[in-house]
Design a protein around this ligand. Structure first.
Ligand code: CP3
Length: 354
């Protein structure tokens, strides 16, 4: 089906545009009262993810409020470890936790590679439901965590500040970590290809914790597995490639290497000047980002000023997907998000004049 608004896909392929497309990481989330209501109806967060009708409902909520240029599947990166049997749960007011603890080599060897149409069928059902309901309005982004980022949660048992459990294993039994990363890379390839088959029109890989590694370990433990995934993605049924975006938070030092993986877009956090990022890799890939989500706590004038500065930083022409440099936080006033989106749509046409 022909998309009514394909700006997001055109920007990733660096094709000419009338204005810069925008979506927001975590655009379906707790800053929206309608999200909080649907989540309360579902019970907890994982019950929301596992209910395709409700996952579709929260995916569409931000699109009803704002003229966004893409929808992102409502789910979580930790569905894969959950499908491997680790028992994911979210305690009230806490981050993710697992009922099963991974400690050594044997635990890793025994983990299965999940079949996405069996253990993760609820995700594929959500993708199919969302595509049907979007009805060709905007593209749907599918996603996964990077193998490294998933492995940190699996070994640390949740969020971490020091990553000492997984790093200790890396520096004592590196083969165990590689066996896990390899299994995760295989799982992510199957998972993303299943999302593509179910209807995802682009995919994004979140490497939230790649930036805690040394440059050498980043290449060995994170980037090389993301590269395998990029190489393993299928094309659409009609032969068109599916654009893929890689996002390593705090990865600004390694942009050239990220861009060399064969990805179409590179996500930037706000610690990077997008002008410099474009000078370094902008002839190879599209750039996504990169406003600090905390600016959304500022005044409308401050938000508009920052949008203008980022548009100006990227400069003329296609190849920029406007976004935040990380997820929108629950304390943002939805009206400020609206001001942000409106500013991008109002100011950006000037950067697309021929
Ligand atoms: O962007 C979207 O709107 C799509 C949905 C989405 C969620 N998680 C929903 C969610 C996406 C793309 C993710 C990815 C994700 N999940 C990442 C990578 C991106 C990033 O933020 O760095 C990570 C690291 C996770 C793991 C995760 N899930 C954590 C650490 C938490 C708790 C943090 C928090 O904000 O409370 C979650 C829960 C989660 N995932 C929520 C949402 C909307 C909040 C759950 C709730 O409703 O209470």
């Amino acid at each position: 089906m022909q998309l009514k608004n394909d700006r997001y896909l055109r920007a990733l392929l660096k094709q000419p545009l009338d204005r810069t497309p925008i979506w927001m990481m975590r655009q379906a989330g707790r800053y929206l009262p309608e999200y909080r209501a649907t989540r309360a109806q579902a019970g907890d967060f994982m019950s929301l993810c596992k209910n395709p009708e409700l996952a579709c409902e929260v995916t569409l909520q931000p699109l009803r409020r704002y003229p966004l240029d893409a929808a992102i599947l409502f789910s979580d990166i930790l569905t894969i470890p959950d499908a491997m049997g680790m028992g994911l749960y979210f305690g009230e007011g806490e981050g993710p936790r697992f009922t099963k603890q991974l400690t050594d080599f044997m635990d890793v060897v025994q983990l299965p590679v999940p079949d996405p149409e069996v253990e993760l069928k609820y995700v594929m059902d959500a993708v199919r439901t969302i595509r049907r309901e979007l009805n060709g309005s905007v593209p749907l982004i599918g996603f996964s965590g990077s193998p490294w980022t998933l492995a940190t949660y699996m070994f640390e048992g949740g969020s971490s500040k020091t990553f000492s459990k997984i790093k200790k294993l890396m520096y004592t039994e590196p083969e165990a970590v590689h066996i896990l990363l390899d299994k995760l890379a295989q799982s992510v390839i199957l998972y993303l290809n299943a999302q593509i088959a179910a209807g995802a029109q682009s995919v994004m890989i979140f490497d939230t914790w790649g930036g805690v590694l040394t440059p050498h370990d980043y290449r060995e433990y994170s980037l090389s597995y993301m590269q395998q995934i990029v190489a393993g993605l299928t094309r659409h049924a009609d032969g068109r490639p599916v654009p893929v975006t890689l996002f390593t938070k705090n990865g600004g030092l390694w942009l050239e290497e990220i861009a060399a993986t064969g990805c179409d877009g590179v996500g930037l956090d706000w610690t990077m000047d997008i002008r410099h990022a474009r000078a370094r890799i902008g002839d190879k890939v599209a750039l996504q980002g990169n406003m600090d989500p905390a600016i959304l706590l500022g005044t409308p004038e401050r938000i508009r000023q920052e949008v203008q500065a980022i548009l100006d930083g990227y400069g003329m022409g296609s190849g920029h997907v406007f976004n935040l440099g990380h997820g929108i936080t629950p304390d943002v006033d939805p009206e400020k998000a609206g001001i942000f989106i409106d500013a991008v749509q109002t100011f950006s046409p000037a950067y697309h004049m021929q």
